[in-house]
Write a protein that binds this ligand. Structure first.
Ligand code: SF4
Length: 368
């Protein structure tokens, strides 16, 4: 088994992506079975613990407060609610619970303390706990680690070049800085992106190059297909074809042989045969649950049926890395520093984001 390479070039990655499909599938499947059990699949449940009202302007996201979408906003869930959902996820075969909060970044205070308690609670249920809370400082990452966090998700979303066409409220480097902060702890890194946002193939390759350059490479890489939600700047983007997804998964598998490649948003648009091709090409993880934050996802029974049909087994928690220990808040070595970091706000204008914002303003304007 060779170690993962960190010096892939965009041209090399593009050449892989554009191979004749039979060759690409053969190469990806060969790499996959050299490094992973091809019949094993890891299942994560994604839970939106705080929904909507986000100050960011991510062009793909219905949770951005500045766009008008029909999502239902919700304040931070209680620990009891999260525990009940985690138990449900465990009973239906998930090994991991990923908690997502629609925040630009973490701010120290009671809400973060509550999230830390949720992490402790789920880790004590012997499930892998992941959080996606926006940008975090090093101290915040340490506090999450101490609570027993297994993984932190922070997607690069797209290439560095295309990033400024998608988001104007933060910079690509902010993403890398957060990943670096997480890497200073024993928490694993989950980072991937979205295809179908109008990016070029060079951008897809650029995103993969950026992910492979991370050393170590992320332990998991979610590959999302855009779900174009009405009211967002990307509402008119055409859905990507299954072949684009298969190519992206296969290329990801070849350049990141040991990572868990996760089929994420957009799975409802994929047939069983399409998903099977992705598994053959190296996808070995999915998000389960009837909703992915705010967008639809296949029912858990459909997933179980598919795994049975394909003869795939679900992965046990902590098969890849041992369970982190949970330190109680009272014994914490890392204190609440009262951090309210500002991070970068480039603030350039993105035409389609601006249009969606104006449209939302017009809808909300009270009639006189
Ligand atoms: S993707 Fe996250 S940061 Fe961006 S608008 Fe949505 S909730 Fe906010």
């Amino acid at each position: 088994m060779n170690s993962p390479r960190h010096n892939w070039t965009k041209d090399e990655v593009l050449a892989i992506y554009n191979k004749p499909i039979m060759e690409l599938l053969y190469d990806a499947a060969s790499v996959h079975r050299r490094h992973n059990d091809p019949n094993e699949i890891q299942v994560s449940t994604l839970l939106s613990i705080k929904t909507g009202g986000c100050s960011e302007d991510c062009g793909y996201c219905p949770q951005a407060a500045r766009y008008h979408t029909d999502i239902e906003e919700n304040d931070l869930m209680s620990i009891q609610q999260v525990k009940a959902q985690a138990l449900r996820a465990k009973a239906t075969g998930s090994s991991r619970v990923c908690m997502g909060a629609a925040w630009r970044n973490v701010k120290d205070g009671p809400e973060f303390d509550q999230v830390l308690e949720m992490v402790r609670t789920i880790n004590k249920l012997d499930m892998e706990v992941c959080c996606t809370l926006g940008m975090v400082t090093e101290n915040q990452a340490q506090r999450l680690a101490e609570a027993g966090l297994y993984a932190y998700n922070h997607n690069l979303d797209t290439s560095e070049d295309y990033y400024e066409d998608v988001i104007s409220t933060r910079a690509f480097d902010d993403r890398l800085n957060t990943i670096n902060h997480v890497r200073k702890t024993n928490v694993t890194v989950c980072s991937g992106g979205i295809i179908g946002m109008g990016e070029s193939l060079e951008d897809r390759a650029g995103m993969l190059v950026a992910l492979t350059t991370l050393n170590p490479q992320p332990e998991s890489v979610p590959i999302n297909a855009l779900v174009a939600v009405e009211g967002t700047p990307m509402e008119d983007e055409e859905p990507i074809s299954i072949w684009e997804m298969v190519r992206m998964v296969a290329t990801t598998r070849i350049v990141m042989p040991q990572t868990q490649v996760r089929l994420s948003a957009g799975r409802t648009q994929m047939s069983q045969e399409g998903q099977a091709l992705c598994f053959f090409a190296g996808a070995n993880s999915i998000f389960a649950g009837d909703k992915l934050l705010t967008t639809p996802n296949p029912d858990i029974n459909e997933d179980k049926e598919l795994f049975a049909l394909l003869g795939m087994n679900t992965q046990e928690p902590f098969s890849k890395k041992e369970q982190p220990k949970t330190t109680e808040a009272i014994d914490s070595r890392f204190m609440d520093l009262g951090e309210k970091p500002k991070w970068t706000r480039p603030g350039h204008t993105i035409e389609r984001n601006e249009k969606a914002k104006q449209k939302a303003k017009a809808v909300r304007k009270p009639t006189t």
